[in-house]
Write a protein that binds this ligand. Structure first.
Ligand SMILES: NC(=O)c1ccc[n+]([C@@H]2O[C@H](COP(=O)([O-])OP(=O)(O)OC[C@H]3O[C@@H](n4cnc5c(N)ncnc54)[C@H](OP(=O)(O)O)[C@@H]3O)[C@@H](O)[C@H]2O)c1
Length: 264
């Protein structure tokens, strides 16, 4: 059985307190899925849980936690198991980026980004996939980015974490599909969420005419239903992801400097 029928199954969405994660929760609940939502801001999660229950009558539970704490992925899954839930769909969405210059970057924040975007995501995949594969069904969506296709100056760590997510996910997809499980990398382009506020460039997504969260999440769920290994949200972003493969690497990274070069 694939995931085409989401109704009455349990999903786990990380980073569900805003942006793309909150939209995943809304679209999955609309398909009848019961959800466990996690992030650090419990008040936001509770509000969303109440909204989903009112609109769709589905069950929603919240688990508050900081996934950049190395102990959190295991604690989260232990709590899910303690509550007696079997996760049929995991959305690894929690992540953040930072725009900064080398000289002023905080190395500790860079390591925290790697811990969240790469390490926690990897651990959750390895802890959840074997059960899904044994059951012969289930899915994981790992949220990468259009930045996964190229280096990005002033966002070097972020783009590299997303390159990892894309490559890692494709490898997981190849192995897991033989056991009836789909692992999908979602690569959104610039999307209007709180991402660039957190990254230190408030208003950037709006100034670039960024995408709305709804079509981004719709693209992901459609690709999951089709058992794809990755999907880029939006045609323009898809074309860009292909173009960078044709250009010289040196050109690609130099062009990337124009996006976030600090104004002096
Ligand atoms: N927006 C874009 O342009 C864009 C483009 C490509 C890819 N993405 C990716 O999309 C994903 C979602 O981002 P978004 O755009 O929706 O940004 P967002 O609105 O800032 O949402 C990020 C989510 O991650 C959670 N989070 C952050 N740090 C966390 C931590 N240490 N532990 C647990 N949860 C944490 C946040 O919740 P709390 O703060 O409550 O913990 C929030 O729910 C990220 O992986 C991002 O890299 C975004």
């Amino acid at each position: 059985m694939g995931l085409k029928s989401y109704a009455d199954q349990w999903g786990l969405v990380t980073g569900a307190s805003s942006g793309i994660g909150a939209e995943f929760a809304r679209q999955l609940a609309a398909r009848g899925m019961h959800l466990i939502l996690t992030a650090r801001r419990g008040d936001r999660l509770q509000q969303l849980a109440d909204e989903l229950h009112t609109k769709h009558g589905t069950h929603t539970e919240i688990i508050v936690g900081d996934l950049s704490d190395p102990a959190e992925p295991q604690r989260l899954l232990a709590e899910v198991a303690r509550r007696g839930k079997t996760i049929e769909l995991l959305v690894n969405n929690a992540g953040f980026g930072l725009v900064s210059e080398i000289e002023t970057a905080d190395p500790a924040k860079m390591l925290q980004m790697i811990q969240l975007n790469i390490t926690a995501l990897t651990e959750l995949n390895y802890r959840v996939l074997p059960g899904m594969m044994a059951r012969g069904r289930g899915g994981i969506i790992n949220v990468a980015s259009i930045a996964a296709f190229q280096p990005v100056a002033y966002m070097g760590v972020y783009a590299a974490t997303k390159a990892y997510v894309l490559h890692f996910t494709e490898a997981m997809w190849a192995e897991a599909r033989e056991k009836g499980v789909t692992v999908l990398a979602l690569c959104p382009g610039t999307t209007k969420t709180e991402f660039f506020d957190v990254a230190g460039r408030p208003g950037w997504a709006e100034s670039q005419g960024g995408d709305e969260v709804k079509p981004v999440v719709r693209t992901a769920l459609k690709a999951l239903d089709k058992k794809k290994q990755y999907t880029v949200a939006g045609w323009g972003n898809y074309i860009r992801s292909l173009l960078v493969r044709l250009a010289a690497r040196r050109t690609v990274v130099k062009v990337s400097m124009q996006f976030f070069r600090p104004q002096k």
